[in-house]
Design a protein around this ligand. Structure first.
Ligand code: ATP
Ligand code: TZP
Ligand code: MG
Ligand code: MG
Length: 268
C-alpha cells in the first residue's frame, strides 16, 4: 500500500470529522472519546435501547465493544448494529475477552451472526475464540500466541466474510485474500488499559471516511503505531502515565512527514 494512500486517508478523517457511535466498556469510555477527538473524529457514546437505532443511523460508523457487557447493552448492540446495516453504516466489532468466559464467546458469535460486521479487531486469542478455536486467554489480555497469526486471520476473514485485524507485536489485516502486516507500535501500549479498545474506535473513524476497508484499517494501524512511537520518544523513562497523556497529544500531531518516514507496512 502506498504511503500517500495512508496519509490521504488520515487527511480525510481530519477534514470530514466523522461521527463515531460507540457502545463500549466502562473502563475505556473517556480515553476513547479523547483519543477520537485528538484524531479529528467526533465521538458519541449512546447505549439506551430507545435511541441506539437513531444514533447509529446518522453516524459515519458504529463501534461495538463487549469489554464490560451486560444483557441490556448486548440488546442495544444488536439493535444498533441492525440499524447501521440498514443504513450502510460500517460496523466495527471488538470482542474483548472472547474465550475468557462462555458468555463473552457466545455473545461475540451472536453479534457476528445477527449483525453484518465490516471489521472485527482483537488479539489473536479473541479472534480464534470467535471462530470456534480454543486459544488460551487471560481475562481481557492475550495469552501466549502459539499458532500462525497470519493463517488465523485469513481463515477467520473467510469464515466470517469480513475484514479481520489481529493486533500484537505486529498487526495483521486481511480480507481473506489480500493481507498486510503493520510493524508500527510499541510494547508500552500493553501497559495502558484501553489502547486496544481506542484502536478499534480509531479504525471505526477511518472506516467512516474510506470505503476500501483494508486501506482504512491499514491507515488507522500505521497512524496509531506511529503516534505511540513518537510518544515513547517524548516520554523516555517516564513510564505509562506520562506515555498515555503524550500518546493523546501525538494522536493529534501525526503528519505526512511522519507517515513517510516511519510507516512500516508489508504484504503478508
Ligand atoms: P491485549 O488485551 O492482548 O493487550 P488489546 O485489545 O489491548 O489486546 P493490543 O493487541 O495490545 O490490543 O493492541 C493495541 C495496540 O498495541 C496496537 O496498535 C498494537 O500494534 C500495539 N501493540 C501491542 N503489543 C505490542 C508490542 N509487543 N509491540 C508493539 N506494539 C504492540
Ligand atoms: N476489563 C474489561 S474491559 C477492559 C478491562 C481491563 C479494558 C480492556 O482494554 P484493552 O484495550 O483491550 O486493553
Ligand atoms: Mg492491551
Ligand atoms: Mg482488547
Amino acid at each position: 500500500m502506498e504511503k500517500t494512500n495512508l496519509h490521504e486517508t488520515l487527511q480525510k478523517v481530519r477534514e470530514r470529522n466523522p461521527l463515531v457511535h460507540n457502545i463500549t466498556n466502562v473502563v475505556v469510555t473517556n480515553f476513547t472519546a479523547n483519543g477520537l477527538l485528538a484524531l479529528g473524529a467526533s465521538p458519541v457514546m449512546a447505549y439506551a435501547a430507545e435511541e441506539v437505532a437513531d444514533m447509529a443511523k446518522i453516524a459515519s460508523s458504529l463501534v461495538l465493544n463487549i469489554g464490560t457487557l451486560n444483557s441490556q447493552t448486548v440488546e442495544s448492540m444488536i439493535i444498533a448494529g441492525k440499524s447501521a446495516n440498514d443504513n450502510n453504516v460500517p460496523v466495527i466489532f471488538d470482542p474483548v475477552g472472547a474465550g475468557a468466559t462462555l458468555y463473552r464467546t457466545e455473545t461475540s458469535q451472536r453479534i457476528m451472526k445477527e449483525v453484518k460486521v465490516s471489521i472485527i479487531r482483537g488479539n489473536a486469542a479473541e479472534i480464534a475464540n470467535v471462530v470456534g478455536e480454543k486459544w488460551e486467554i487471560k481475562g481481557v489480555d492475550a495469552g501466549e500466541t502459539k499458532g500462525n497469526v497470519v493463517d488465523l486471520a485469513k481463515t477467520a476473514a473467510q469464515k466470517m466474510n469480513c475484514v479481520v485485524v489481529i493486533t500484537g507485536k505486529e498487526d495483521v489485516i486481511t480480507d481473506g485474500e489480500t493481507t498486510y502486516v503493520v510493524a508500527n507500535g510499541h510494547p508500552i501500549l500493553t501497559k495502558v488499559t484501553g489502547t486496544g479498545c481506542l484502536l478499534t474506535s480509531v479504525i471505526g473513524a477511518f472506516a467512516g471516511v474510506e470505503k476500501d476497508l483494508l486501506q482504512a484499517a491499514v491507515a488507522a494501524l500505521t497512524y496509531y503505531g506511529i503516534a505511540a512511537e513518537k510518544a515513547v520518544k517524548q516520554t523516555a523513562e517516564q513510564g505509562p502515565g506520562s506515555f498515555q497523556i503524550e500518546f493523546l497529544n501525538q494522536l493529534s500531531l501525526v503528519s505526512e512527514v511522519d507517515i513517510n518516514q516511519f510507516s512500516s507496512v508489508r504484504r503478508g
